[in-house]
Design a protein around this ligand. Sequence first.
Ligand code: AFP
Length: 291
Amino acid sequence: MSKSLDTSTTETEQTVTEVIDTVVATTPDVRRAIADHRGQSNSVNPTGDDQLAADLRADELFEQRLLGIDGVATYASEERADVKTTDGRLHVAMDPLDGSSNLEPNSGMGTIFGVYSEQPPTVGTNLLAAGFVIYGPITSMVVARKGSVREHILEDGDKRVVDDDVTVPEDPTVFGFGGGVDSWTDEFQSYAEEVRHELKLRYGGAMVADINQVLTYGGIFSYPALESRPEGKLRVQFEGQPMAYILESAGGRSSDGDQSLLEVEPDELHERTPLYLGNDDLIDRLEATVD
Ligand code: AFP
């Protein structure tokens, strides 16, 4: 194998590590931004969601620091219309502050990121690593990389592993469905009616925290296709693909109703998708219901 290929692989792995460590090092500043920037910004993001000042501050922090990494070529974010570019090889896509509407009631929020070999918009099979941070009672981070999933506790910008083999429990316990009963399709309503008699409701309005429940206890999280909005709410590039990469690396499954979210090829950077993530048999039943 030629030296350049070896070097590129080593360089690629080093850059992925630098991205993860930069996200970790930025989390204390994001926690401060959550506390100090609680107001509205009187602006909306490219998909029309209201932006809080904390959304913009978190986006600014991550963009500055991640584009400062030699091997990072582009930064894309749910909060900005276009991809920022510089010299480099790898591409980062982020939801800098997921669940920011939970800021006012001080409920769970987080950061979602994916590291890609190709510039977004791109297919999820180009992911090299993905992770999410939860700014909860403690700051934690889950990272999927090279087929394994690890959970970390973050303190003062450093991380320590608390679980080096996160896997979705085989017996599901929880479910969380967004969108609201009256806006679901008949097919999803019938699926939800079955599931709610089998599992416990865990829905908190921030997918990072709700999906961490599924990773911890087994079950399913969904923001489904809606009667009024067949494409659903959540974004392929910034939420669907990174979270699908994590769930599938942990032995679970993802779907847009037909296929793995990692197979979805977005035409637009801010494209939305129906999103279903969880235990394989629950996803099997879901796909059989909504196909
Ligand atoms: P915000 O970031 O605007 O709070 O939205 C969070 C989110 O994108 C995702 O994390 C949640 O699962 C979902 O939206 C909650 O949507 P609803 O507020 O419609 O339940």
